[in-house]
Design a protein around this ligand. Structure first.
Ligand SMILES: CC(C)(COP(=O)(O)OP(=O)(O)OC[C@H]1O[C@@H](n2cnc3c(N)ncnc32)[C@H](O)[C@@H]1OP(=O)(O)O)[C@@H](O)C(=O)NCCC(=O)NCCS
Length: 178
């Protein structure tokens, strides 16, 4: 498991339209449908990074619904692994709305998913390391440990006292406010 990968190795792009049976009563894309699409895109990214079909969603964090997506829209989801830990990986899914008449593309949503690679007995297994390339990939990589610790604290899998990245963040804020 010594092969080092880049975020682009896991890049997954899913483009689809919004059909009437995928909308809410306001004729906009139903939130649960979008979550499902993002989960699928992230699952493919995770498989590409981990070189296995056996990955599971461990957590979904910080999903934002910023702009409604009307029926008939063209929706593009881009998912990439931002950081690989031991068996788990963070994947960010960015959602874009495309207007074919103007060519305009606007970002509507973002979701942050954690997937874990598992063996045939559903036990976590090691995954390749990742080396970010672009500045955005480096920023996302750096922030991923903080998000992992937050997710583990919320899931009661980590004692807040051990969340070094979160403590450092609050310490910085306190220094800044003096
Ligand atoms: C996710 C799962 C495999 C973790 O198994 P586990 O035996 O608890 O294993 P661990 O505690 O060693 O966790 C494995 C990794 O997941 C990470 N993890 C687990 N829960 C997490 C959470 N809520 N947020 C972020 N990371 C999490 C751990 O930090 C660890 O990461 P690392 O190996 O990279 O350091 C297990 O809980 C599971 O199978 N859950 C059900 C998944 C599922 O069915 N998903 C479909 C959605 S319905």
């Amino acid at each position: 498991m010594d092969k080092v990968k880049t975020p682009n190795d896991s890049l997954t792009i899913m483009t689809n339209i919004v059909l009437p049976n995928e909308t809410n009563y306001l004729n906009n894309l139903f939130g649960g449908e979008l979550l499902s699409r993002m989960d699928k895109a992230c699952s493919i990214s995770a498989r590409r990074h981990a070189h296995t079909h056996r990955v599971v969603t461990a957590s979904v964090n910080q999903v934002s619904f910023e702009v409604p997506i009307p029926v008939g829209s063209i929706v593009k989801i881009e998912a990439k692994v931002t950081r690989a830990f031991n068996s788990s990986m963070e994947i960010i899914s960015d959602v874009w709305l495309e207007d074919p008449s103007t060519g305009q593309i606007i970002k509507t949503n973002q979701g942050i998913y954690t997937f874990v690679a598992v063996d045939a007995n559903n036990k976590p297994i090691p995954i390749p390391k990742i080396v970010p390339q672009s500045q955005e990939e480096k920023d996302r990589y750096d922030a991923a440990l903080r998000r992992k610790q937050l997710s583990l604290v919320i899931a009661k899998r980590m004692d807040p006292q051990d969340a070094t990245e979160l403590k450092a963040l609050f310490a910085q804020k306190e220094e800044g406010s003096n």
